[in-house]
Ligand binder design. Structure first.
Ligand code: SF4
Length: 375
């Protein structure tokens, strides 16, 4: 289990070693073909900022070599805002007195119709963490309902046991995203004071359970804005390297959402800051390039949390998938457009405007990426 490796590392020491990296360490990392975790630290470090242009060019070429000039399109479908956890940065937190809603079968199909009309073939099912309303049987049913309409189904819901994942894979689930939010165990509980999510180790071992259940793809990541992003990203890379060795038949993606403002009814304070406070755009460019130079195979996603201009520029940097026209509330597309969003999005352009932007840059928006076949 990853916890055995994780426990041998100390957050503060890792942070110090990243900050101590020099321009020479960065240059040495840039000249390698295969980069180690120490090289990744150098590419993440403040010492790498003067090399940004070079990193961007290398990342661009490396991405194009592996993925061609393509961007995979996906869209989230929020099924429920029920949640038994308190997360200080989220509008769906249990202590937030909002109207709770879980979509019925008919409502899911109504939302699916609108999403299909927009052209999507890859859907990301999202719920809060509430086992009594959106437990395994609800998720199985939801997958069964949407399966005939989509060639790729991803899910971002509460961490589950291995057997539960195996059932969902059997049903047709392809990808699970599970972000650790922060790898800083000492402070993890500060952001997740109540509910199952406050169990740091259970969350940390989720990708292990997914790998054992034979999932096609696992999405990793941390929430940028909780703790030092450089250190958090190092731990994500440590996690990735472990998983790639252990579950080598699984594919991996990474995402690094910057915290977004949430509705004022919510109790959180962290979410009210501008995201420039935690990581500026140059640093986000650095992070995308560092990831690409660390791993050629890795899929890198960028959501509508980010601003239009940034997303437009990210197409050539190393990103491989993008959401568009996203709604972050259950029923947001047609059933209940006024319900509370999980967080505010930044890029609300319609799908055709985003695909037009991608095409103008010489890239092709990809709706269907792969097919399950006999093996
Ligand atoms: S982040 Fe997820 S688990 Fe936490 S309150 Fe929001 S929906 Fe619930």
């Amino acid at each position: 289990m990853f916890t055995n490796i994780f426990d041998t590392y100390n957050w503060h020491e890792v942070k110090q070693s990243i900050l101590a990296k020099t321009g020479e360490d960065v240059l040495a990392a840039l000249h390698k073909e295969k980069r180690s975790l120490e090289d990744f630290k150098a590419l993440l470090s403040p010492a790498a900022i003067p090399f940004l242009e070079q990193m961007a060019q290398m990342s661009h070429l490396r991405t194009q070599k592996r993925f061609g000039k393509t961007i995979q399109m996906y869209v989230p479908l929020y099924l429920s805002n029920e949640c038994q956890n308190i997360c200080t940065y989220c509008a769906f937190s249990l202590d937030n007195k909002i109207k709770r809603r879980t979509l019925s079968d008919a409502e899911i199909l109504q939302e699916v119709k609108v999403i299909k009309d927009m052209g999507f073939d890859h859907i990301l099912l999202v719920t809060g963490e509430a086992m009594h309303t959106v437990g395994v049987s609800y998720l199985r049913n939801a997958i069964r309902l949407v399966k005939p309409f989509f060639s790729h189904i991803s899910m971002e819901v509460q961490p589950l046991d291995q057997d539960d994942y195996a059932q969902l894979v059997e049903e047709g689930l392809n990808t699970v995203l599970v972000y650790q939010e922060t790898y800083f165990k000492e402070n993890y509980k500060k952001y997740h004071p109540k509910g199952k999510k406050s169990n740091f180790n259970y969350r940390l071992e989720t990708p292990d359970r997914l790998g054992k259940a034979g999932i096609h793809k696992i999405g990793l990541g941390t929430l940028i804005g909780l703790e030092d992003w450089r250190t958090d990203c190092f731990f994500t890379a440590l996690h990735l390297r472990y998983l790639e060795k252990q579950y080598w038949q699984t594919k991996y993606s990474v995402s690094f959402p910057r915290l977004r403002p949430i509705d004022k009814e919510s109790t959180g304070t962290a979410g009210k800051k501008s995201f420039e406070t935690y990581m500026n755009d140059r640093e986000l460019v650095q992070l995308i390039c560092a990831w690409r130079l660390f791993s050629e195979e890795l899929e890198i996603a960028i959501s509508t949390r980010e601003r239009e201009v940034f997303r437009d520029n990210a197409v050539k940097l190393g990103v491989t998938s993008m959401s568009a026209a996203s709604k972050t509330n259950p029923g947001g597309y047609v059933v209940a457009p006024e319900s509370l969003e999980q967080f505010e999005i930044s890029d609300d352009r319609p799908v055709d405007v985003i695909t037009g932007m991608i095409r103008r840059q010489g890239y092709e928006p990809v709706w269907k990426d792969w097919d399950r076949s006999f093996s």
